[in-house]
Design a protein around this ligand. Structure first.
Ligand SMILES: *Cc1c(COP(=O)(O)O)cnc(C)c1O
Length: 377
């Protein structure tokens, strides 16, 4: 393989980020204290339209903190969208709670409101309602938040919105991450913007965010010595990472535009191929198109998603199946599941194509030529 690798989604850094990092060095604010942390929190809350944000070391840590803030106890039931990345659901295990997985629907690939209510009713019948619902905006496509929030409110169950992949996505102008009791963002290296690694908790409950910052800094009580009356974590974001984040957030809208342009590129390229399907935006929905995904009907196209992936790999082009549903993971073998086979079918037929906001025209030509070969044979 002598051709340079084309990545699925690689970091896309700018100049201001580097200037900010230099400034953090020059002023010696290196650790989880310093002016960029506060600024990044203010900027994120403003962009997403929430009362506040607390920045931490990962999206997974933010979900964990949300579960702590909702007082999830061992054996409590927590509903989670099955089609997602493990970071959505591992924190349920951290608290020794019981995950209950729910299927997706076809219009957004996210939490199915019907299956959600079925799961809640089943819990109710057994005598205990779930203590939280984790809904995900997969690949940047907003979930059906209006329907989901209505159900959650009917049963008074708090909602954690995993918007790790959906910074820059909106429903009727309202940002993903601002609908639920808590929203979660990730700034991992493959996400739409990155801080090298990091995450944020969004909320309109500023007191809860204050508590999140407290828990994220080892739950240190007010005292001249180190005094602790609660269990905390070392989760706070460093000023260096926040310095990168402040710069990245300024170019977010450009990054969204580039990812959306990638999606158009693939639609132009493959939209007319019988058996290839894209996920359209429902009315009022705006996806950041973090990853461009296609569904491949092997009967009609003559090749499976896996064959396409292997073909691209031969040319050193990275693509990846959709997330493997959590209810099909060995780790969650014994967890209850509600719904049909929507998530499983998406996993079987879906493929994420190279989607970086830094893809060059030459790289796109290489991808186009390989995809044309595979679908014309
Ligand atoms: C990336 C991601 C996370 C976790 O974020 P990290 O910052 O990697 O911990 C959680 N949920 C989803 C859907 C993600 O894509």
């Amino acid at each position: 393989m002598d051709k340079p690798k084309i990545y699925l989604s690689s970091p896309h850094m700018g100049q201001e980020e580097l200037e900010n990092v230099k400034d953090a060095f020059a002023t010696n604010w290196i650790s989880p204290a310093g002016p960029y942390i506060q600024q990044f929190e203010t900027d994120l809350a403003e962009y997403c339209g929430t009362a506040g944000a607390a920045v931490v070391q990962s999206g997974t840590a933010a979900i964990h903190l949300a579960l702590r803030l909702l007082d999830i106890q061992p054996n409590d039931k927590v509903i989670c969208q099955s089609l997602t990345f493990i970071g959505s659901s591992n924190p349920i295990l951290y608290e020794k709670a019981q995950p209950i997985f729910v299927d997706s629907e076809e219009a957004t690939w996210n939490l199915c409101p019907l299956a959600l209510e079925e799961a809640i009713k089943a819990c109710k019948k057994e005598g205990v309602l779930p203590k939280a619902i984790i809904v995900v905006h997969l690949y940047g496509m907003p979930a059906k938040m209006k329907e989901i929030m209505a159900i959650a409110q009917r049963y008074s169950i708090p909602v954690i919105e995993d918007a790790a992949e959906a910074l820059g996505s909106f429903i009727d102008g309202q940002a993903c991450g601002s609908f639920g009791d808590f929203g979660v963002l990730s700034f991992n290296g493959n996400k739409i913007i990155t801080t090298s690694g990091g995450g944020a908790l969004l909320s309109n409950n500023t007191k809860a965010l204050e508590k999140a910052r407290f828990l994220a800094t080892q739950a240190k009580d007010q005292a001249p010595h180190y005094q602790h009356s609660e269990m905390g974590y070392n989760y706070r974001m460093s000023n260096i990472a926040a310095a990168i984040g402040v710069g990245q957030l300024k170019v977010l809208n450009e990054r969204v535009a580039a990812r959306r342009a990638n999606h158009e590129f693939y639609k132009d390229l493959l939209g007319a191929v019988p058996g290839i399907n894209f996920l359209p935006e429902p009315k009022g929905y705006s996806s950041n198109r973090w990853l461009s995904c296609v569904l491949i009907d092997a009967q009609k196209t003559g090749c499976t998603a896996e064959e396409v992936r292997l073909h691209l790999e031969q040319d050193n082009i990275e693509s990846r199946p959709l997330w493997k549903p959590m209810h099909l993971q060995p780790l969650f073998e014994s967890a209850p599941y509600y719904g049909q086979r929507v998530a499983a079918t998406l996993f079987d037929n879906g493929l994420c194509l190279p989607s970086g906001s830094n893809l060059t025209d030459r790289e796109k030509e290489r991808i186009a030529s390989q995809l044309k070969t595979v679908f014309s044979s």
